[in-house]
Write a protein that binds this ligand. Sequence first.
Ligand SMILES: [Zn+2]
Length: 287
Amino acid sequence: MTRQSDKIFPFIDKQLASWSEGRLRFGQLNDVLYKSLTVNGVEVKIQFNPERVRSATAQVTATAIKRRQCFLCRKNRPPDQMYLSWRNYQILVNPYPILPRHLTVASARHQPQFILSRVTDMLDLTRFLEGFLVFYNGAQCGASAPDHFHFQAVEAGHTPLERLMDGYATEKTTGMGFSGRLHYFSGKKKSILRDTFETVCREYENSPDAEPMMNVFCRHMHGIWELTVIPRLKHRPECYCGVGDAQMLVSPGALDMAGIVVTARECDFRKLAAENLTQIYRETGCW
Ligand SMILES: [Zn+2]
Protein backbone atom coordinates (compact mmCIF):
# COMPACT_ATOMS: atom_id res chain seq x y z
CA MET A 1 0.00 0.00 0.00
CA THR A 2 1.40 3.40 -0.94
CA ARG A 3 1.86 6.12 1.60
CA GLN A 4 -0.97 8.41 0.42
CA SER A 5 -3.62 5.73 0.12
CA ASP A 6 -3.32 5.11 3.86
CA LYS A 7 -4.77 8.50 4.65
CA ILE A 8 -5.99 10.31 1.57
CA PHE A 9 -8.36 7.82 0.01
CA PRO A 10 -10.21 7.15 3.31
CA PHE A 11 -10.32 10.92 3.94
CA ILE A 12 -11.89 11.58 0.51
CA ASP A 13 -14.35 8.71 0.95
CA LYS A 14 -15.36 9.91 4.42
CA GLN A 15 -15.77 13.50 3.19
CA LEU A 16 -17.93 12.53 0.21
CA ALA A 17 -20.04 10.21 2.37
CA SER A 18 -20.86 13.03 4.78
CA TRP A 19 -21.15 16.01 2.38
CA SER A 20 -24.07 15.80 -0.01
CA GLU A 21 -23.05 18.88 -2.04
CA GLY A 22 -19.51 17.57 -2.61
CA ARG A 23 -20.81 14.09 -3.40
CA LEU A 24 -23.23 15.52 -5.94
CA ARG A 25 -20.51 17.49 -7.74
CA PHE A 26 -18.08 14.57 -7.84
CA GLY A 27 -20.95 12.43 -9.16
CA GLN A 28 -21.60 15.04 -11.88
CA LEU A 29 -18.00 14.63 -13.05
CA ASN A 30 -19.03 11.27 -14.52
CA ASP A 31 -21.41 13.08 -16.86
CA VAL A 32 -19.32 16.07 -17.99
CA LEU A 33 -18.89 16.27 -21.74
CA TYR A 34 -15.50 16.14 -23.41
CA LYS A 35 -14.27 16.78 -26.88
CA SER A 36 -10.72 16.51 -28.23
CA LEU A 37 -8.78 19.05 -30.23
CA THR A 38 -5.31 18.76 -31.69
CA VAL A 39 -3.30 21.81 -30.74
CA ASN A 40 0.33 22.24 -31.71
CA GLY A 41 0.44 18.53 -32.53
CA VAL A 42 -0.96 17.29 -29.20
CA GLU A 43 -4.45 16.04 -28.43
CA VAL A 44 -5.97 18.15 -25.67
CA LYS A 45 -9.30 17.66 -23.95
CA ILE A 46 -12.03 20.28 -23.74
CA GLN A 47 -14.37 19.81 -20.79
CA PHE A 48 -17.87 21.28 -20.46
CA ASN A 49 -18.30 21.79 -16.73
CA PRO A 50 -21.00 24.35 -15.78
CA GLU A 51 -20.07 24.14 -12.08
CA ARG A 52 -16.77 25.85 -12.87
CA VAL A 53 -18.48 29.11 -13.84
CA ARG A 54 -17.49 30.68 -10.48
CA SER A 55 -13.84 30.14 -11.21
CA ALA A 56 -14.08 31.11 -14.89
CA THR A 57 -15.68 34.43 -13.98
CA ALA A 58 -13.92 35.06 -10.65
CA GLN A 59 -12.94 38.66 -10.08
CA VAL A 60 -9.28 38.52 -9.13
CA THR A 61 -8.44 42.21 -8.98
CA ALA A 62 -6.98 43.37 -5.66
CA THR A 63 -10.14 45.42 -4.93
CA ALA A 64 -12.50 42.52 -5.63
CA ILE A 65 -10.39 40.16 -3.53
CA LYS A 66 -10.39 42.59 -0.60
CA ARG A 67 -14.17 42.96 -0.77
CA ARG A 68 -15.06 39.26 -0.63
CA GLN A 69 -14.78 36.75 2.21
CA CYS A 70 -11.89 34.35 1.64
CA PHE A 71 -13.39 30.95 0.86
CA LEU A 72 -10.19 29.12 1.87
CA CYS A 73 -10.13 30.47 5.42
CA ARG A 74 -11.52 27.86 7.75
CA LYS A 75 -14.08 30.17 9.30
CA ASN A 76 -15.70 30.82 5.90
CA ARG A 77 -15.79 27.24 4.62
CA PRO A 78 -18.99 25.18 4.50
CA PRO A 79 -19.57 23.52 7.88
CA ASP A 80 -19.61 20.08 6.22
CA GLN A 81 -16.19 20.54 4.64
CA MET A 82 -13.65 18.45 6.53
CA TYR A 83 -9.89 18.83 6.38
CA LEU A 84 -6.86 16.63 6.84
CA SER A 85 -3.92 18.38 8.49
CA TRP A 86 -0.54 18.09 6.82
CA ARG A 87 2.17 20.30 8.36
CA ASN A 88 0.88 23.90 8.19
CA TYR A 89 -1.65 23.02 5.52
CA GLN A 90 -5.17 21.69 5.42
CA ILE A 91 -6.05 19.19 2.70
CA LEU A 92 -9.59 19.70 1.42
CA VAL A 93 -11.77 17.97 -1.13
CA ASN A 94 -12.28 20.59 -3.88
CA PRO A 95 -15.99 21.48 -3.96
CA TYR A 96 -15.85 22.24 -7.71
CA PRO A 97 -13.81 19.36 -9.14
CA ILE A 98 -12.38 19.21 -12.65
CA LEU A 99 -10.81 15.76 -12.37
CA PRO A 100 -11.24 12.73 -10.06
CA ARG A 101 -10.05 13.09 -6.46
CA HIS A 102 -9.50 16.83 -6.93
CA LEU A 103 -7.99 18.32 -3.76
CA THR A 104 -7.15 21.82 -2.58
CA VAL A 105 -4.29 22.06 -0.12
CA ALA A 106 -4.67 25.38 1.65
CA SER A 107 -2.25 27.02 4.01
CA ALA A 108 -3.69 26.95 7.54
CA ARG A 109 -3.05 30.71 7.62
CA HIS A 110 -4.33 33.44 5.32
CA GLN A 111 -1.15 34.28 3.39
CA PRO A 112 -0.73 35.24 -0.28
CA GLN A 113 0.04 32.92 -3.16
CA PHE A 114 3.85 32.97 -3.39
CA ILE A 115 5.64 29.73 -4.10
CA LEU A 116 9.31 30.65 -3.92
CA SER A 117 9.54 29.94 -0.20
CA ARG A 118 7.39 26.80 -0.48
CA VAL A 119 9.08 24.67 -3.13
CA THR A 120 10.27 22.18 -0.53
CA ASP A 121 6.70 21.98 0.80
CA MET A 122 5.50 21.22 -2.73
CA LEU A 123 8.05 18.41 -3.11
CA ASP A 124 7.21 16.88 0.28
CA LEU A 125 3.47 17.22 -0.34
CA THR A 126 3.85 15.48 -3.69
CA ARG A 127 5.65 12.60 -1.99
CA PHE A 128 2.86 12.45 0.61
CA LEU A 129 0.32 12.47 -2.25
CA GLU A 130 2.10 9.88 -4.39
CA GLY A 131 -0.24 8.95 -7.24
CA PHE A 132 -1.42 12.56 -7.58
CA LEU A 133 -0.34 15.42 -9.82
CA VAL A 134 0.20 18.40 -7.49
CA PHE A 135 0.00 21.81 -9.10
CA TYR A 136 0.19 25.51 -8.36
CA ASN A 137 -1.60 28.46 -9.92
CA GLY A 138 0.36 31.68 -9.62
CA ALA A 139 -1.52 34.63 -8.15
CA GLN A 140 -2.30 36.00 -11.60
CA CYS A 141 -2.33 32.74 -13.52
CA GLY A 142 -5.56 31.05 -12.54
CA ALA A 143 -5.74 31.19 -8.73
CA SER A 144 -9.26 32.20 -7.65
CA ALA A 145 -7.87 32.92 -4.18
CA PRO A 146 -4.57 34.74 -4.86
CA ASP A 147 -4.67 36.05 -1.28
CA HIS A 148 -4.69 32.61 0.37
CA PHE A 149 -1.79 30.27 -0.40
CA HIS A 150 -2.85 26.92 -1.83
CA PHE A 151 -1.78 24.03 -4.00
CA GLN A 152 -4.16 21.72 -5.81
CA ALA A 153 -3.87 18.03 -6.64
CA VAL A 154 -5.71 15.62 -8.91
CA GLU A 155 -5.41 11.91 -9.48
CA ALA A 156 -2.42 11.44 -11.80
CA GLY A 157 -2.69 10.25 -15.37
CA HIS A 158 -5.47 12.44 -16.74
CA THR A 159 -3.62 15.35 -18.35
CA PRO A 160 -1.88 15.59 -21.75
CA LEU A 161 0.99 17.37 -19.98
CA GLU A 162 1.80 14.19 -18.04
CA ARG A 163 2.11 12.30 -21.34
CA LEU A 164 4.71 14.87 -22.40
CA MET A 165 6.49 14.44 -19.06
CA ASP A 166 6.49 10.65 -19.60
CA GLY A 167 8.50 11.22 -22.76
CA TYR A 168 11.22 13.31 -21.14
CA ALA A 169 13.97 10.80 -20.48
CA THR A 170 16.56 13.42 -19.55
CA GLU A 171 16.79 15.09 -16.17
CA LYS A 172 16.36 18.56 -17.65
CA THR A 173 14.41 19.74 -20.68
CA THR A 174 13.58 23.25 -21.74
CA GLY A 175 11.40 23.42 -24.76
CA MET A 176 8.01 24.02 -26.27
CA GLY A 177 4.98 22.16 -25.00
CA PHE A 178 1.60 22.43 -26.70
CA SER A 179 0.62 25.43 -24.52
CA GLY A 180 3.95 27.25 -24.82
CA ARG A 181 7.39 27.16 -23.33
CA LEU A 182 8.06 24.79 -20.45
CA HIS A 183 10.86 23.75 -18.14
CA TYR A 184 11.00 20.14 -16.98
CA PHE A 185 13.47 18.82 -14.43
CA SER A 186 13.63 15.70 -12.31
CA GLY A 187 15.78 14.06 -9.68
CA LYS A 188 16.06 12.58 -6.22
CA LYS A 189 17.64 15.51 -4.40
CA LYS A 190 15.34 18.19 -3.08
CA SER A 191 18.06 20.84 -2.74
CA ILE A 192 19.07 20.50 -6.42
CA LEU A 193 15.45 20.65 -7.57
CA ARG A 194 14.84 23.72 -5.43
CA ASP A 195 17.94 25.44 -6.85
CA THR A 196 16.88 24.60 -10.42
CA PHE A 197 13.41 25.95 -9.72
CA GLU A 198 14.85 29.21 -8.39
CA THR A 199 17.11 29.51 -11.46
CA VAL A 200 14.12 29.07 -13.79
CA CYS A 201 12.14 31.67 -11.82
CA ARG A 202 14.96 34.19 -12.07
CA GLU A 203 14.81 33.89 -15.86
CA TYR A 204 11.25 35.25 -15.84
CA GLU A 205 11.49 37.63 -12.89
CA ASN A 206 10.26 41.17 -13.53
CA SER A 207 10.33 42.48 -10.01
CA PRO A 208 11.96 41.25 -6.79
CA ASP A 209 8.63 41.70 -4.94
CA ALA A 210 6.44 39.66 -7.24
CA GLU A 211 7.00 36.12 -8.41
CA PRO A 212 7.03 35.46 -12.15
CA MET A 213 3.73 34.45 -13.71
CA MET A 214 3.67 30.66 -13.89
CA ASN A 215 1.95 27.36 -13.33
CA VAL A 216 3.93 24.60 -11.64
CA PHE A 217 3.32 20.84 -11.69
CA CYS A 218 4.94 18.11 -9.63
CA ARG A 219 4.70 14.35 -9.36
CA HIS A 220 6.68 11.76 -7.42
CA MET A 221 7.26 8.18 -8.48
CA HIS A 222 9.82 5.54 -7.46
CA GLY A 223 11.76 8.04 -5.34
CA ILE A 224 12.04 10.60 -8.15
CA TRP A 225 10.40 14.00 -8.30
CA GLU A 226 9.47 15.56 -11.62
CA LEU A 227 8.72 19.26 -11.85
CA THR A 228 7.35 21.21 -14.80
CA VAL A 229 7.15 24.99 -14.87
CA ILE A 230 4.96 26.66 -17.50
CA PRO A 231 5.75 30.38 -17.57
CA ARG A 232 2.80 32.63 -18.40
CA LEU A 233 2.48 35.88 -20.28
CA LYS A 234 -1.01 36.67 -19.04
CA HIS A 235 -3.98 35.11 -17.29
CA ARG A 236 -6.97 35.63 -19.58
CA PRO A 237 -6.91 35.76 -23.39
CA GLU A 238 -8.46 38.53 -25.46
CA CYS A 239 -11.50 36.42 -26.36
CA TYR A 240 -12.44 36.41 -22.65
CA CYS A 241 -13.35 40.10 -23.00
CA GLY A 242 -14.86 39.72 -26.48
CA VAL A 243 -18.34 41.01 -27.21
CA GLY A 244 -21.31 38.86 -28.26
CA ASP A 245 -20.32 35.92 -30.42
CA ALA A 246 -16.66 36.89 -30.17
CA GLN A 247 -16.60 36.21 -26.43
CA MET A 248 -15.34 32.90 -25.08
CA LEU A 249 -15.10 32.47 -21.31
CA VAL A 250 -11.86 30.52 -21.23
CA SER A 251 -9.83 31.50 -18.18
CA PRO A 252 -6.68 29.37 -18.23
CA GLY A 253 -5.30 28.05 -14.98
CA ALA A 254 -2.80 25.24 -14.50
CA LEU A 255 -5.04 22.42 -15.71
CA ASP A 256 -5.96 24.31 -18.90
CA MET A 257 -2.26 24.81 -19.61
CA ALA A 258 -1.81 21.06 -18.93
CA GLY A 259 -4.34 20.25 -21.65
CA ILE A 260 -7.63 19.94 -19.74
CA VAL A 261 -9.41 23.06 -20.96
CA VAL A 262 -12.48 23.91 -18.94
CA THR A 263 -15.47 25.65 -20.46
CA ALA A 264 -18.35 26.54 -18.16
CA ARG A 265 -20.82 27.61 -20.89
CA GLU A 266 -22.12 25.22 -23.50
CA CYS A 267 -21.77 27.82 -26.28
CA ASP A 268 -18.03 28.09 -25.59
CA PHE A 269 -17.66 24.31 -25.42
CA ARG A 270 -19.31 23.94 -28.85
CA LYS A 271 -17.52 26.90 -30.43
CA LEU A 272 -13.97 26.34 -29.22
CA ALA A 273 -11.93 25.06 -32.16
CA ALA A 274 -8.25 24.18 -32.51
CA GLU A 275 -7.40 27.58 -34.02
CA ASN A 276 -9.09 29.45 -31.12
CA LEU A 277 -7.26 27.37 -28.56
CA THR A 278 -3.94 27.78 -30.36
CA GLN A 279 -4.50 31.53 -30.20
CA ILE A 280 -5.45 31.33 -26.48
CA TYR A 281 -2.25 29.43 -25.70
CA ARG A 282 -0.21 31.87 -27.81
CA GLU A 283 -1.53 34.80 -25.77
CA THR A 284 -1.34 33.24 -22.31
CA GLY A 285 1.75 31.00 -22.52
CA CYS A 286 5.28 32.05 -23.42
CA TRP A 287 6.51 31.33 -26.98
ZN1 LIG B 1 -8.05 33.03 3.55
